[in-house]
Design a protein around this ligand. Structure first.
Ligand code: HAS
Length: 552
């Protein structure tokens, strides 16, 4: 609808600005991280050599931090704020918006300081910043600022959600807002681990206030955060799949209650599983590893529920549009609509990507793949394809919806091309990583022939394929940036913010799903069961502390 010749925005103009600030920052980080990724792919493939002033691991740190931590966090917070605003009345309360801007300011200060530390070669510790590699204290302070900033935005969303509940007593909360709150709750609990690591261990140690660090404890605290981190990336993609995609395909969400249950299961099971990243580390008793592997298999369940729900949604929408037979729905999907095509490509990729995760989680298989490029292949399929393609698909309608412009047929077509370029690039890169990982090629290494070892020569063609894939992916990033610029220059008009209705005949969500006190208590209990004994053991019977190392 046009009012006074100006298109009506899908959410309040001030909220739009806050969201756009996050989204644009995210893509700035993606671009810079992409340059680092391109260079490191070419170096690892033996195609180019870096000048002496730039280290390979410095690039790898910039790539990991900017892509995995900064691009994702900014995009997610922007997307979540937009959906919370849209589904709770189209306008944030001033306090929620102010908290959003405060969070943005803190995160941006942290990002700038952290990036400067990396560029000055003072923090070449990769995105996992494992001790005993020791970065500048300012790098850890920068990370703390990013985390605290994200909490502020989370608190803003909680406040908005609580206010909506107060005004609509007894009503079922909007699904998107419910999912956003669950995701941010999980994030806040998870980041307590990394906050403890950074504040209590790494900052005092890097300032020299203490001489040594308990490496085992620091890694455990990191992975307490590190695994839910991957679901912090995944859940916003699931929000798009559950809430947005049904609307785009002209259908309804299969079951609102099932979607909520999936998110609650993620809240419960995504945190007490960090040991599956430490299966090959000594110092943790096999019993606790075994327990956390069982919980890891529990956290696969909500993804399987999601797959079921998506198939059911497609099937129902397809049948409503006249599809017949087992796979008739397939032909009824809007294949030429990038808003559907890009996230669908992400879903399809998640089938092998998730299977890779199940391989990693099995103790014996983990011994084969841990610390090889197989793991790098796994996370390029999960976060860099499934999640990234879904985020790209969202971008194609979100920016026009926030700026009062139209996703034109031309930009839509360019978006489709960009999606295919991304898929092809990832096929080469992640495919080669998975294969060469199984042949034993380690991850986190620069170009080396291991003194002309025959195995290393066997790996070389795959490393070249990775470089080719990385180059194609970088072209994909450039195309995306061009498309974003075109979106800002597109003709004025009204673009939909697609929010699907739920199937009315499905079971309603039980009230327990909104009992936050009960849910948080369950989270605490599970965390205590999985972590209390081993962590107390690490504190009471510490391994000899390590001094810091600057290995670069
Ligand atoms: Fe993972 C390592 C286990 C999911 C990311 N993972 C990593 C690392 C990252 C990462 C970044 O147990 C490396 C960290 C580092 O730097 O060291 N991962 C799992 C398991 C899952 C899993 C069990 N990971 C993810 C997701 C990520 C991610 C999601 C990012 C977004 N991962 C591990 C383990 C390690 C690990 C070990 C440690 C390895 C080591 O040794 O270091 C599960 O959550 C996966 C469940 C998923 C499924 C797929 C469901 C499919 C769906 C799509 C449906 C499709 C439709 C369309 C409907 C079961 C929902 C179909 C249409 C048609 C036409 C067919």
């Amino acid at each position: 609808m046009l009012t006074n010749g100006t298109p009506e925005l899908q959410i309040d103009r001030k909220d739009s600005r806050l969201v756009l600030a996050h989204i644009l920052f995210a893509f700035g980080a993606l671009f810079l991280g992409g340059i680092a990724g391109l260079l490191q792919g070419l170096v690892r493939g033996g195609v180019v050599k870096l000048p002496a002033e730039i280290g390979y691991y410095q690039l790898l740190t910039a790539h990991g931090v900017l892509m995995a931590l900064i691009f994702t966090t900014y995009f997610i917070i922007g997307f979540l704020i937009s959906g919370v605003s849209k589904t709770t009345g189209g306008k944030l309360l001033p306090i929620s918006r102010h908290l959003g801007w405060l969070g943005y300011g803190l995160m941006s200060t942290g990002t700038v300081v952290g990036t400067i530390c990396i560029l000055l070669n003072q923090a070449t510790v990769l995105y996992t910043f494992y001790a005993p590699m020791k970065a500048s204290p300012y790098f850890y302070i920068a990370l703390a600022l990013v985390v605290v900033g994200s909490w502020m935005s989370g608190f803003g969303m909680f406040y908005q959600f609580g206010y909506w509940k107060k005004l609509h007593k007894g009503k079922v909360t909007p699904l998107f807002a419910f999912m956003a709150v669950t995701t941010m709750l999980m994030w806040i609990v998870a980041t307590l681990g990394v906050a403890a690591e950074v504040l209590l261990q790494l900052i005092p140690w890097s300032f020299g206030w203490v001489d040594t660090v308990n490496v085992m404890l620091s890694r455990t605290l990191f992975w307490f955060f590190g695994h839910p981190l991957v679901y912090f990336w995944l859940l916003p993609a699931y929000m798009c799949w559950y809430v947005v995609i049904p609307k785009i395909i002209g259908g309804k969400l299969f079951s609102d209650a099932l979607a909520r249950l999936a998110f609650i299961l993620f809240l419960l099971f995504s945190i007490p599983v960090g040991f599956h990243h430490q299966l090959m580390e000594p110092g943790i008793s096999p019993f606790w590893k075994f327990l956390q592997v069982i919980l890891t298999f529990m956290v696969i369940v909500p993804s399987l529920m999601t797959a079921f729900s998506l198939f059911a949604t497609f099937e129902q929408a397809g049948r409503a549009l006249g599809a017949k037979g087992l796979f008739g729905w397939f032909r009824k999907m809007p294949w030429s609509d990038v808003r559907f095509f890009a996230p669908f490509a992400g879903m399809l990729t998640f089938i092998p990507a998730g299977a890779g995760g199940i391989i990693n989680a099995s103790n014996q298989m983990n011994a084969v793949v841990h610390n090889t490029l197989f793991i790098t292949g796994h996370f390029h399929l999960t976060v860099a394809t499934t999640v990234a393609l879904t985020f790209f698909g969202v971008t194609y309608w979100l920016i026009p919806a926030l700026t009062g412009r139209k996703l034109t047929a031309r930009i839509n077509k360019l978006g489709m091309i960009q999606t295919v370029v991304w898929l092809v690039g990832m096929f080469f890169m992640s495919g080669a990583m998975h294969t060469v990982g199984l042949l034993g090629s380690p991850r986190r290494t620069a170009y080396t022939t291991y003194e002309n070892h025959p195995d290393a020569f066997l790996w070389m063609p795959y490393h070249v394929a990775m470089a080719i894939g990385g180059t194609i992916l970088f072209i994909g990033i450039l195309l995306l940036i061009v498309n974003i610029v075109l979106l800002f220059r597109a003709p004025r008009g009204q673009e939909e913010f697609p929010i699907a209705e739920a199937n009315a005949s499905a079971e309603a969500a039980p009230r327990l799903f909104e009992r936050w006190g009960v849910l948080i208590s369950l989270v605490v209990v599970l965390v205590l069961i999985a972590y209390m004994v081993p962590v107390l053991d690490m504190i009471n019977n510490p391994v000899p502390g390590s001094k810091g190392f600057v290995t670069w």
